[in-house]
Design a protein around this ligand. Sequence first.
Ligand code: PAF
Length: 285
Amino acid sequence: MRICRTIASLRRALSAPIPGRGRVGFVPTMGFLHEGHLSLVRASRRENDLTVVSIFVNPSQFAPGEDLRRYPRDPRRDAAALRREGVDILFIPGDAEMYPKTFRTWVDVTELDDKLCGRTRPGHFRGVATVVLKLFHLVRPQRAYFGMKDAQQGLVIRQMIRDLDLSVRLRVLPIVRDADGLALSSRNVYLSAEERVAALALPKALRRARRLIEGGERDARALRAAMRAEISLQPLLAIDYIAVVRLDDLEETAQIEPGNTLVAVAVRAGRTRLIDNYLSGEIKC
Ligand code: PAF
């Protein structure tokens, strides 16, 4: 595995001939990798001739006061895991490499970026879209891989790909969960033992939502109430939002449309923000 810390070295590594038909798969991450990330890496390895992974804790997607400084990092462990998975290139730039002092260009995916997580994390999706576009431009992948846990991020990136006619196929792959149902997240390490137990209310509420939809429930209010009842049983959790939205535009919907519905939850457990969702439909392009 080649490790590239600069844009110039990444470009050099990518200019070498690629075996096979030259298909490049790309997995952008912020590191502190878990099985969810590795499932994306494995899919990229299966579907492409060359796999590039980036690790960059992107400062522009953290609002002031968020966890940028304490975000968990372990680049050595990550590099060892990626080497074991057979990754070809690891791009691990520093902040100044990605955002030199003269940096001025931002990508706003309007109307999708101010809903759900965008309400409590203003500027978050601007930071995500900007860094992902920059990384796409550097890596020039045929396919890019993201996790479904960040469903809104997947939708923002899909919109950007469509609007800017980017020639990259978006692959948003299923959430990977611990045995007890908690969605894997690098931020789970922040949770105390009690908070982690309380956090299981999220997958439980979403399983209930799924059963209701599959059983024919179409009233979004009933779904939200059922989930709120489940999560409110946990005093350690403060609900940020429980949303039932259309997948195509993230607008709240009164009537659930199977195949076009995202049921999404965000809570705070102490200082940790957790998200999870159930999707009836697909995010791809
Ligand atoms: O999902 C993430 O880890 C990040 O938002 C991403 C896509 C790597 C951009 O910084």
